[in-house]
Design a protein around this ligand. Structure first.
Ligand SMILES: NC(=O)c1ccc[n+]([C@@H]2O[C@H](COP(=O)([O-])OP(=O)(O)OC[C@H]3O[C@@H](n4cnc5c(N)ncnc54)[C@H](O)[C@@H]3O)[C@@H](O)[C@H]2O)c1
Length: 385
């Protein structure tokens, strides 16, 4: 059993403590935060020890650091953890800069440590069924496709939305990891990207919290469109935006030589997966409710406009799978090469938009191995399906 020390006791921490209930190898022993009160509150709630960041990094009882700090702090915290000889699993993105993330990967390799990264949603029932259908050639060779994430922005519900509209934030860095990781898992690595970004307003209004009615500055583009070419030669069109009130498009569609597929929400774990064959044929919905990481486990979610009120959310499987990989000396699925490549796509999308040129990716990776239900059942505390 590996012991986990968590750094960053904010919103998403609760989701990882829930993962401790699902998976049989997640064991939190301590937590830390730059804000000591936040660490104390979390420690009290989950009956673990509150430590300072320095203390948790030096604690011999901690094997793995779970980095749940803000994206701008991911590099610093992950680097310090690797230097302290601890494995690291980090929330998305791996860092806000490709070069920094590359340094982390090299450091992990040099110290023979594991570095893993969210998102792990592609390991869900929906993501894995899609992968299975594509690998089985059910829609033939994927040639083209498209995806969308679009909503009005976090200012509608978040009292401190500023960081989403400053350097290191923005729609591509925030939501790109889910979509690009899903695409790389299905189609393999990206070759190049052409992007276009737009900032429509210099200021936005707080819609929630104590500053409601006041405005804050918008410093970066809030809508991006891009064309992505994969090494497989597939081309996929993407749109990620904080400037859309509502839409009715599917999250992602891929078109192959034998058929088409509607990929379920890359931000979540469930389904259904929708598939059709030749021109004009009927669409067939395939449920994943019978899959251990596809079954709906969240109801009455009061979330964003393009998230369903009922969904499957098993965040933490990436961490559990990495722990199993450490114990069995094998490569984990949410690995550093994959996360670095996804960050490369993100950064190249933004560079391409600024300079209005096609940008070649600097990195590559291999598609993670598919994950079978038998493995999921072995790692689950109790079968959810
Ligand atoms: N909230 C979500 O719905 C959600 C979902 C998926 C992923 N994520 C990702 O999870 C991460 C955290 O998101 P969140 O919503 O929990 O953020 P948050 O702002 O609620 O929490 C972050 C915590 O990290 C602490 N922190 C910041 N810098 C630190 C440092 N240098 N050292 C120690 N502690 C530090 C903060 O004090 C805060 O308590 C982000 O990378 C985000 O992209 C969030």
């Amino acid at each position: 059993m590996k012991n986990i020390g968590l750094i960053g006791c904010g919103n998403i921490a609760e989701t990882y403590f829930r993962a401790q209930e699902y998976f049989n190898n997640i064991n939190f022993v301590a937590c830390a935060d730059i804000n000591l009160d936040a660490a104390k509150k979390t420690a009290d709630q989950y009956n673990i020890t509150a430590l300072s960041v320095d203390e948790i990094l030096n604690d011999k009882n901690v094997d793995i650091i779970l980095n749940l700090t803000i994206p701008q702090a991911h590099y610093e915290i992950s680097k310090r953890a690797l230097e302290a000889n601890k494995h690291v699993y980090c929330e998305k993105p791996m860092s806000v800069k490709f070069d920094d993330a590359k340094e982390l990967l090299n450091l992990a390799k040099k110290n023979s440590l594991y570095i893993g990264n969210a998102p792990d949603t592609f390991l869900g029932g929906g993501g894995q069924l899609t992968r299975n259908l594509i690998d089985n050639n059910d829609i033939g060779q994927v040639l083209t496709g498209n995806f969308i994430f679009a909503f009005p922005g976090v200012q509608d519900f978040h009292p401190s939305p500023e960081s989403w509209f400053q350097e290191g934030g923005g729609p591509v860095i925030d939501m790109g990891p889910y979509f690009f990781t899903t695409l790389v898992n299905l189609l393999g690595p990206v070759k190049n990207i052409r992007g276009r970004g737009a900032k429509f307003f210099d200021k936005r209004e707080y819609k929630a919290g104590p500053k409601k009615g006041e405005t804050f500055n918008v410093e970066i583009p809030t809508s991006y469109m891009f064309n992505i070419e994969f090494q497989s030669k597939a081309i996929v069109q993407g749109f990620i935006s904080f400037d859309v009130l509502n839409h009715k498009r599917n999250h992602m569609e891929l078109y192959g030589t034998k058929g088409s597929i509607v990929v379920p929400d890359p931000n979540m774990f469930g389904g259904p997966v929708s598939i059709s064959g030749e021109f004009g044929s009927e669409w067939k919905d395939i449920s994943v409710e019978d899959k251990p990481l596809g079954k709906t486990n969240i109801v009455n979610h009061s979330g964003r406009s393009n998230e369903a009120p009922e969904q499957a959310n098993y965040r933490g499987i990436g961490l559990a799978e990495m722990i199993d990989a450490i114990e069995n000396n094998r490569i984990h699925r949410c690995n550093g090469e994959l996360a670095l490549h996804v960050l490369d796509v993100i950064e190249c999308a933004m560079i391409s938009s600024i300079y209005k040129v096609e940008v070649e990716l600097r990195s590559s990776c291999v598609k993670p191995e598919p994950m079978h239900d038998d493995f999921v059942r072995y790692i689950l505390k109790k079968d959810t399906s």
